[in-house]
Design a protein around this ligand. Structure first.
Ligand code: NAD
Length: 332
């Protein structure tokens, strides 16, 4: 039923059908690292649920996937409480929707003038805690409030500094991913050994990080790009782009392909540039993230229960994702 014709009873019924389906797919993706449907199909069903719920807020249920950051924690790992929750990202699927988002933001916050454009790395979110500049604990996002302690596994990743250039207490967040080459080699090896191959680099990275034996993680050649912190108290930066540079100074690896944009045209140029060149990158991306550049403004704008309101992900069209997966399979 088209969204403008659907009534509340129909919406309630359809939403009740969509939720268990999305919850099942979410379990397979987040907990078992073995998705059974393509992301585009998940995204389509999720977007429909989101639209139904925003048209009829009374039908929202507390267990709806729209109300939680996806993913649970496995009992095989010690749990870590995220004092500052790890959020997801709102997403849009067309340049027009992205434009609408930026316009709305500008209307509500006229001082919102600059955006930091970043690549949306196709990996999984991690959080790294440092005390006096020493790495003490690392965790997965889990459900956003509670993650899994994967400190020993993270210690095997060369791009994660054990000691920072300044003795500060800080919790840094970012993405752990498996580069394209490491992914192809891993799947080749697994195929030769008669083991099931990973569907894509994201699942390979997630499967490799959530291992009980850190030696296995080490062999998987994971990498990281950090882009966020839980709190800014000990930092000098007052912009998102400045934060990236400061994280680099502290010893983290950041993704250098970021760009500050002053207007929608520049955001469009950035999207065009990386839509065209993504195949040449050594790591997978599934979209572009646009963030309000001012950190004080990010804090003022705030977040919903699930996503920051100062950022949005523009996801690449599904055909491209599909071609990308096929190409990898052919290469294997
Ligand atoms: P998401 O992956 O769409 O976006 C949020 C995440 O983006 C963040 O948590 C962070 O880890 C990551 N990210 C990468 N680069 C970033 C950057 N530069 N700045 C900030 N964040 C960055 O959201 P999600 O909630 O983790 O997952 C939902 C998505 O997962 C769905 O849209 C779908 O594509 C996929 N999914 C697929 C299935 C399936 O069965 N195929 C099931 C569940 C979810």
């Amino acid at each position: 039923i088209p969204m403008d014709q659907v009534n509340e009873d129909e919406a309630k019924k359809e939403a009740a059908e969509l939720r268990p389906k999305l919850i099942k797919w979410g379990k397979q993706y987040y907990e078992q690292d073995q998705p059974t449907v393509e992301d585009a199909e998940y995204d389509r069903n999720y977007a429909r649920l989101q639209d139904l719920e925003s048209k009829f807020p009374a039908i929202v249920t507390p267990d709806s996937p729209t109300q939680h950051v996806g993913g649970a924690t496995s009992n095989e790992f010690t749990k870590v409480n995220h004092e500052i929750p790890m959020l997801s990202l709102g997403d849009v699927f067309s340049p027009q929707e992205l434009k609408d988002f930026v316009i709305r933001l500008k209307q509500n916050y006229p001082e919102d003038k600059q955006y930091n454009c970043e690549l949306k790395i196709d990996g999984l979110a991690i959080s790294l805690r440092y005390e006096h500049g020493v790495f003490v604990q690392g965790s997965t996002r889990g459900n956003g409030q509670i993650g899994e302690d994967i400190t020993e596994n993270l210690k095997t990743i060369p791009s994660i500094p054990k000691k920072l250039s300044r003795p500060i207490d800080i919790e840094v967040r970012g993405e752990c991913y498996m580069g394209k080459e490491a992914f192809l080699k891993l799947n080749e090896r697994r195929q030769a050994d008669g083991k099931p191959t990973f569907a894509n680099p994201r699942n390979a990275a997630a499967g490799s990080l959530r291992q009980l034996d850190p030696k296995v993680t080490k062999e998987r050649h994971l990498s990281t790009f950090m882009y966020n912190v839980a709190n800014y108290d000990d930092l000098k930066a007052d912009t998102q782009s400045g934060l990236l540079e400061e994280l680099k100074e502290l010893g983290f690896t950041i993704n250098e392909h970021y760009q500050v944009a002053d207007n929608m045209d520049q955001i469009d140029d950035y999207i065009k540039k990386y839509s065209a060149s993504r195949d040449n990158l050594t790591f997978g991306i599934d979209g572009i993230v646009i963030k309000t550049n001012s950190l004080p403004l990010q804090m003022e704008i705030g977040h919903t229960v699930k996503v920051p309101k100062w950022a949005i992900a523009y996801k690449f069209p599904p055909e491209e994702v599909h071609t990308k997966i096929l190409r990898i399979e052919w290469t294997v």
